[in-house]
Design a protein around this ligand. Structure first.
Ligand SMILES: Nc1nc2c(ncn2[C@@H]2O[C@H](COP(=O)(O)OP(=O)(O)OP(=O)(O)O)[C@@H](O)[C@H]2O)c(=O)[nH]1
Ligand SMILES: [Mg+2]
Length: 264
């Protein structure tokens, strides 16, 4: 099976639609909803979905601790309590189109980590005010320069990992919340010598529900990239120096750890 992790906080308007939309993409897909005690009852909706379909799993957490900790918990669940051979992370608010999941998983056939990218080969973001787009593009450029990772969309939240890749990423070291979490995951993947590949996706602004974006999340990412750069051990720095900067954005330094994720 392959597992799609969806973190939720107050996503009542979206969860009941996104889960079936994900499951319909492939027969072996399961969904893990990680809900941080949403006051709007999203957790109960998740339980109802799980009762009706064995392909739906729910991880309840007591309180809102942020996107990063929710994903770390969900990825721990994936590795310890399932035999998922591939793990996808995506938002619940339809910013990430479930129809792109098969593309990400196909790209995973010859990569260890696949980043669903808004900015590789053009800009594909719909409905965002220009100001937010400018901030996002600038922030990604800044993060790429500081960390030295040639990925256009380092803050992307739509990603896929081989199980063996996720096992190599030190999840217990990750403390960050929002954009910084996304950058950290790619950073550790590159540092571990995993093959990271960027594939184009279209990102749409949320239509229903409310944003959990905060100023703190932006500041956290702004200093986190410096922390990553300055704390990188020599081995990691050397890995980045060898990083391939070709336009196709596939970072390949050595063969991945896993077998073909298409089989198990
Ligand atoms: N479990 C959990 N999920 C969260 C938390 N914060 C955000 N999420 C979920 O993470 C995903 C992304 O959050 P969003 O609020 O959409 O953040 P964003 O995409 O940057 O901002 P907007 O789409 O503009 O609202 C959504 O599915 C949220 O419900 C949290 O603290 N805990
Ligand atoms: Mg969103």
């Amino acid at each position: 099976m392959r597992l799609v992790i969806v973190p939720t906080y107050d996503e009542r308007e979206n969860l009941g639609r996104i889960v079936p939309a994900i499951l319909s993409q492939a027969d072996d897909l399961h969904v893990l909803v990680v809900d941080d005690g949403s006051p709007d009852g999203t957790g109960e909706i998740a339980d109802e979905l799980a009762q009706a379909d064995p392909r739906v799993h729910v991880l309840h957490r007591a309180r809102k601790e942020g996107l990063g900790p929710a994903y770390v918990a969900g990825m721990g669940y994936a590795l310890q309590r399932t035999d998922a051979r591939a793990i996808v992370q995506m938002d619940a608010d339809f910013s990430h189109d479930p129809a792109s999941i098969p593309d990400l998983l196909e790209a995973l056939e010859d990569a260890d980590v696949v980043v669903g990218s808004r900015y590789r080969g053009g800009i594909r973001v719909t409905n965002w005010p220009l100001s937010r787009l400018v901030i996002s593009v600038t922030a990604n450029l800044y993060a790429a320069i500081v960390t030295g990772i040639p990925i256009r969309d380092l803050t992307a939240g739509f990603k896929a990992y081989r199980r063996e890749a996720l096992e190599r990423i030190p999840l217990d070291r990750i403390r960050s919340d929002g954009y910084a979490f996304q950058i950290e995951m790619v950073y550790y993947a590159v540092r571990e010598g995993l093959r990271v590949r960027e594939v184009p996706i279209v990102f749409s602004d949320r239509v229903d529900g409310t944003s959990k974006l905060s100023r703190w999340i932006v500041f956290e990412a702004a200093w986190m990239v410096w922390w990553l750069r300055l704390s990188a051990p020599k081995r990691g720095r050397a890995a980045f120096d060898r990083t391939d900067r070709r336009e196709d954005a596939t970072i390949e330094k050595r063969p991945g750890p896993g077998q073909d994720p298409g089989r198990r």
